[in-house]
Design a protein around this ligand. Sequence first.
Ligand code: PEP
Length: 263
Amino acid sequence: MNHPIFAANWKMNHGPSEARAFLKTFLTQYQRHYDRTIIFFPPAASIAMVASEVEGRSDILVGAQNIYWQDTGAFTGEISGPIARDAGATVVLVGHSERRHVFGETDDECADKCAAAERAGLRPMLCVGEKLDERDARKTEEVVLRQLRAGFSKLEQIDAFNPIVAYEPVWAIGTGRNATPDDASTIHGVIRDELKAIVGDRARAIPVLYGGSVNSGNAPALLSAPDVDGVLVGGASLNTGSWISIARTRPTAEIAPEELGRE
Ligand code: PEP
């Protein structure tokens, strides 16, 4: 398993003052773990606040939830890769299911956004995942592979590129229903094989995260599943208590059976 990543997607929650209060509590209670990376994806208006609160903590990164694919210009309401970078982001979510299914973002637009991230020196976290009807029609692999291939199709220097992928089945996001560790592992394996076809052996080092109703109860088993290199968490990342317990997760493989019995 790669060094695990614990990513918090705050969606449209925690403006600058709430973000600051959250980080103050988080930083006093969560000590640095050298074996993992934490990423916060706050709303755009809170990126600079979060970046300044975590300054000096190389184990904690800040990301943007979205960028526009142009670098500058008359695009009211959007933020560009260079602006997100200037505010303190080093990572950006691309193609989150809410962007795809609430705002109608297409595979082609996700490709433009990954290319914009590359130009800005941001590491994209490309989100892929099937809707419930696609799952029922056994189209999970087809959908995930289409989104993956399209997302990375417009990069200038694929060989030097260092993306992250998040498998987030749409039916699991915010629903309380998560994919089983086995199911997540199977799809992560499919994603890893496709990454191999795209970037060769470097694919092994590309983190593939699982997202969709992760909480402190299911995180250990998900993180123990082969090819699951971390978690992308929405709802359970909004509260310091639940987020800290997720961020401290050890894979079940490392937990003694008697400890598991006590949980
Ligand atoms: C998400 O927003 O990426 C997500 C996975 O949400 P939740 O954890 O609430 O399902």
